[in-house]
Design a protein around this ligand. Sequence first.
Ligand code: GCO
Length: 485
Amino acid sequence: QKLDEFQKNFLWGAASAAYQIEGAYQEDGKGLSIWDEYAHQPGNTFKGTTGDVAIDHYHRVEEDVALMAKMGLKAYRFSVAWSRVIPDGEGDVNEAGLAFYRKLITLLKQNQIEPVLTIYHWDLPLALQKKYNGWGSREIIPAFEKYCRTLFSAFKDDVKYWVTFNEQNVFTSMGYRWAQHPPKVTDIKRMYAANHIINLANATAINLFHELVPNGQIGPSFGYGPVYPLTGDPNDVLAAVNANDFNNNWWLDVYCRGEYPYFMLKQLQKAGIAPEITADDQVLLKSAKPDFLGINYYHGGTVQTNRLQKPVKEAEQKDFSATDPYLMQPKADQAQSPEVPMFNSVSNPYLDKTAWGWEIDPVGFRVALRQVYEKYRLPLFVTENGLGAVDELVDGKVDDQYRIDYLAQHVKTMKEAITDGVEMIGYCAWSFSDILSWLNGYKKRYGFVYVNRDDDSQKDLKRIPKASYYWYQQLIAQNGAQITA
Ligand code: GCO
């Protein structure tokens, strides 16, 4: 194995999440999730789109896996809807729900596609939100443990790679800081409290997994972005150090080292918003070691000090309503938050942006992989990377050259990171097919496969491979030897 090539069993994959694709939201005994409720409340999502039908993957799973097989995918990352398997989150197991995932996994394996199973991708059973205040109470942990035990027992022989939580940083910030996801609150103290409880749940799941599935591998997937200081002004550099604690270390240090970053914890304690951490919690967090780290990479962030009252350059405003959850947080307008954030988030003058206004930063991908591997020395699995865009179907085709360009640049810098020495299990592009964007409906698409529907009409839900589908097929066929756009 030479360092400048992808290993033979490198997992070229694509990813999805249950709520964004399955539909069938009340079928075969499925319970409701917090997203089923939230999306049905007026004003919460773009044009009021819901996951009731989504792209109807639940009924089209054979067709979808056939498209994956034809593409040559080596891995497919999907998530399980907790409320499909345990409708009220903690009571009886719904065998029909489990059967759906068993069918999916069987189909994948028949086609030599490695299943990568995400346990939690944001769709908490509604009953648990109502009964325990969701992730706001420690009482939810035994329910999560039972759910994990159910999945581990059912699929331990067929699924090797498992992801505990998808982007804990994003769903807790969106849910508790920005009120853009359920439970739709803006309460930073509650955000930190919920994060701590999720960390305990994560550690509990990892320990249980190691007991029950000794041959498998498990880890969380984290939305990582490297942080750049806008200038060489030491005040900006200090701002970047702070922003890195706020946006990355706060989560990764706990996952990988079992402890919170020292300075930031002190700061939160001074401000009276730190989570309550018991001695038992510390023992639990220290005891659970992930086998790999899942990295979702879209872009990094650039910050400047807010000490000097310099004007803040706002990110270019586009005609899209949803915020970018990967921007460095807290944002400029939160500068007065009790965390005393010592930085402002700004646009990076060296980087181009996608039509959606997100920075394009392939070098940052190499930086990210290097930083994380250097610090934690765990194998990395890129569980998401991709481009969200308004794709147009013209004469029955989608020519998404912009997506090919984006992916090619990122695969190239990932390969450079491997040459640098980063240990990498695989790469899952986001996403396999078009899916429901949590907040942007079908206006924002990520897939290799176009799905013929929009926000107002389900149309025929036909699957149409885009230009990028054939590009990725070629890339996989020659195991990334030549990366051309
Ligand atoms: C969207 C988002 C998602 C996320 C994904 C994170 O537009 O809804 O970009 O697709 O990227 O769910 O894991």
